[in-house]
Write a protein that binds this ligand. Structure first.
Ligand code: F3S
Length: 296
């Protein structure tokens, strides 16, 4: 059995930046609280907590004397105001690509335009984006939801369209093609992150070459779940948070397995999964197969 590993697997730029900043603050002795789990990876969050970093659900949960870290997903304008009002020290790890969407959202509001956001309305990144406009906003998860929208037609103040950075590329194209036909005055900003796009592309390419795709990432990580959806179009795909979740039966009859990982997956976990997969494979192979493999 062959194992193909995606080159793009693991931390993206924004997550890497947020994780490094938080570890550095903890090492320097700062007492810090992150607003929500720093990344969608429980193992990494637990490690940070063992170093004294507190995960606060909201500003009201930040213990006295603690500084605040805003994670890469970003937050709405009201959270910045509340931090300033409370006089808290702020370390802003909002990914610069997300901060750019905040500026676009604010412009929509300043210009009285409607903001359309392609994304998951329950995701903190989308809630943060929505929190930077005071005007009309509509969040849609797919073309069906967009079609159901009874929004302003041409001749109104105008429409600005953005996407959650991890939105699925194929869905975005479907939706923007529709918008271009129905709302000719719409300004469309493709804010899907390059890291997401290349990761999804590579997952799709690899999924065509394998019998099984193992996606490593948090079960609550949206970009991990999107990789699974992309891979499922062409092959069987499974998701694991750690090596312990690998099941031997998944590998039965599989010739080629491909491995990729979400943007919040530390390289140590990817290595661990790859190592235990090779052990699993070795155990499953007969002596004859192992001999054939070593001859190859
Ligand atoms: Fe930023 Fe893209 Fe990662 S938006 S947080 S670099 S997926």
């Amino acid at each position: 059995m062959k194992i193909l590993k995606a080159k793009t697997a693991g931390f993206c730029f924004g997550v890497d930046r947020a994780v490094k900043l938080t570890y550095q603050l903890a090492e320097e002795g700062h007492k810090v609280a992150t607003l929500g789990p720093l990344i969608h990876n429980p193992q990494c969050v637990a490690d940070l907590e063992s170093k004294g970093v507190v995960t606060a659900a909201g500003l009201e949960d930040v213990p006295d004397g603690y500084e605040v870290v805003i994670r890469s997903h970003g937050v709405g304008a009201d959270v910045y105001s509340a931090i300033a009002e409370k006089g808290l020290v702020l370390h802003d790890a909002t990914c610069p690509f997300v901060a750019k969407i905040h500026r676009i959202a604010k412009r929509a509001s300043d210009e009285g335009k409607t903001l359309l956001v392609a994304g998951d309305k329950t995701h903190p990144e989308v809630q943060g984006i929505v929190g930077h406009t005071k005007g009309e906003v509509f969040v849609f998860a797919d073309l069906d939801e967009l079609k159901a929208w009874q929004g302003p037609k041409n001749g109104q103040n105008g429409i600005i369209v953005v996407a959650q950075t991890t939105f699925q590329v194929t869905k975005w194209l479907e939706c923007t093609n529709f918008i271009k036909k129905d709302y000719t005055n719409a300004e469309i900003f493709d804010t899907i992150c390059n890291a997401t796009w290349t990761r999804q592309q590579e997952a799709e390419d690899l999924s065509r070459k394998c019998d099984l795709m193992v996606v490593i990432g948090g079960h609550h990580s949206s970009n991990t779940q999107k990789l699974v959806k992309v891979a499922e179009k062409h092959t069987k795909a499974v998701t694991v948070e750690t090596a312990k979740e690998l099941r031997p039966e998944w590998f039965e009859g599989v010739d080629t397995v491909a491995v990729t990982a979400g943007a919040s997956t530390p390289s140590s976990i990817i290595e661990e999964v790859l190592n235990s997969m090779s052990e699993e494979i070795r155990e499953e192979m007969s002596f004859a197969e192992m001999f054939a493999e070593s001859e190859a």
